[in-house]
Design a protein around this ligand. Structure first.
Ligand SMILES: Nc1ncnc2c1ncn2[C@@H]1O[C@H](COP(=O)(O)OP(=O)(O)OP(=O)(O)O)[C@@H](O)[C@H]1O
Ligand SMILES: [Mg+2]
Length: 308
């Protein structure tokens, strides 16, 4: 797949001397939803701000749609929309004016029909004549998204789009992102809600202390690093784990009524039937059985902990 963003050996040392990015290389593929995950201060916003021309890199290169973000800034920036992490917009303008103005900044001719569609998609149409300061926090965030989409970008960066927004807006955002992807827009988002990445992303990148420590297709990641658990609800309490089951990684609950078998999500099947046979032979009778799979969140926490 062709890459729409190509980042090579990108580093950033802030004036304070802080080294926020350490020689990052990353390719974003056309049409994908890429989730960039990492703890506070990992460098996510720094990376996004460099690609969008807000922060100057110390070294390295970034191409957006083939345009160098420094030597061909205007061409690069015109294909990118950015929803920034911080809310900063002109509070005294109306919604309609501020979104139209954003489009004008990119030298695009006015297109009221398109702006109307964007505002309707974001449920902002009935607020179009309101001044921004009269909107709620979630509505202000929607205005930022409308501004980012005003010039019909092919690449959209969403820096924590759903921080502090309600469940309904989060659902709306997810739907909007899927719609944008269907129309060919590439989406890069950062989030601290891992279930959001699990729900939305085609690929996941994890950044920690200014370094990309992992880039993987989400499905592969969950298969490779995921764990599954099989929980047996026993008919009678077991005092100890039977010796014949010593080969299986098991935990027994304090009341002796629940036995949990943890196994690798990749060797699905084989381990489970072997374990159930062995449990039957050990005379363990059970009346219920449940399986669960570790979430992307479990995987992420393990990864970042291992690096700390
Ligand atoms: N203008 C600046 N001057 C000096 N240091 C900065 C500046 N901006 C960011 N930093 C530092 O660079 C590091 C990365 O910050 P960045 O905002 O990129 O993190 P982040 O991954 O977006 O975190 P968060 O999840 O909290 O948004 C932090 O240690 C931060 O303090
Ligand atoms: Mg940030």
């Amino acid at each position: 797949m062709p890459s729409v963003i190509s980042i090579r050996n990108l580093s950033k040392v802030y004036d304070s001397g802080f080294n926020a990015l350490k020689s990052i290389s990353l390719d974003i593929e056309a049409g994908e939803i890429f989730a960039l995950l990492g703890p506070n201060g990992a460098g996510k916003t720094t990376l996004i701000n460099i690609v969008c021309g807000i922060v100057r890199p110390s070294s390295g290169t970034v191409l957006a749609n083939g345009h160098d973000i420094i030597s061909a800034y205007r061409a690069a920036r015109s294909v990118i929309g950015l929803v920034p992490q911080e809310l900063a917009t002109d509070m005294f303008e109306t919604v309609w004016d501020t979104v139209c103005f954003s489009r004008g900044l990119f030298g695009k001719p006015a297109n009221p029909a398109y702006i109307e569609k964007v505002l309707k998609d974001l449920s902002l149409w009935d607020k179009k004549d309101n001044r921004i300061r009269t909107l709620s926090g979630g509505m202000k965030r929607r205005v930022l998204i409308a501004k980012a989409l005003s010039h019909e970008p092919r690449i959209l960066f969403l820096d924590e789009p759903t921080a502090g927004v309600d469940v309904e807006l989060r659902r709306d955002m997810w739907n909007l992102v899927r719609q944008l992807q269907a129309s060919g827009v590439t989406v890069i988002l950062t989030t601290h809600y891992i279930e959001e990445a699990e729900e939305m992303a085609d690929r996941v990148g994890v950044i920690s202390h200014g370094e990309i420590i992992l880039v993987e297709e989400k499905s592969v990641l969950m298969r490779k690093l995921g764990k599954k658990q099989l929980t047996l609800s026993l008919n009678a309490p077991a005092a100890v784990i039977p010796a014949s089951l010593a080969a299986f990684p098991l935990t027994l609950s304090a009341d002796g009524l629940t036995l949990i078998y943890t196994y690798d999500a990749k060797d699905e099947g084989a381990g489970v039937s072997g374990f159930l046979d062995a449990a039957a032979q050990a005379g363990l009778a059970f009346h219920d059985l449940q399986t669960s799979q570790s979430s992307l969140e479990d995987i992420f926490v393990d990864l970042v902990k291992a690096r700390a």
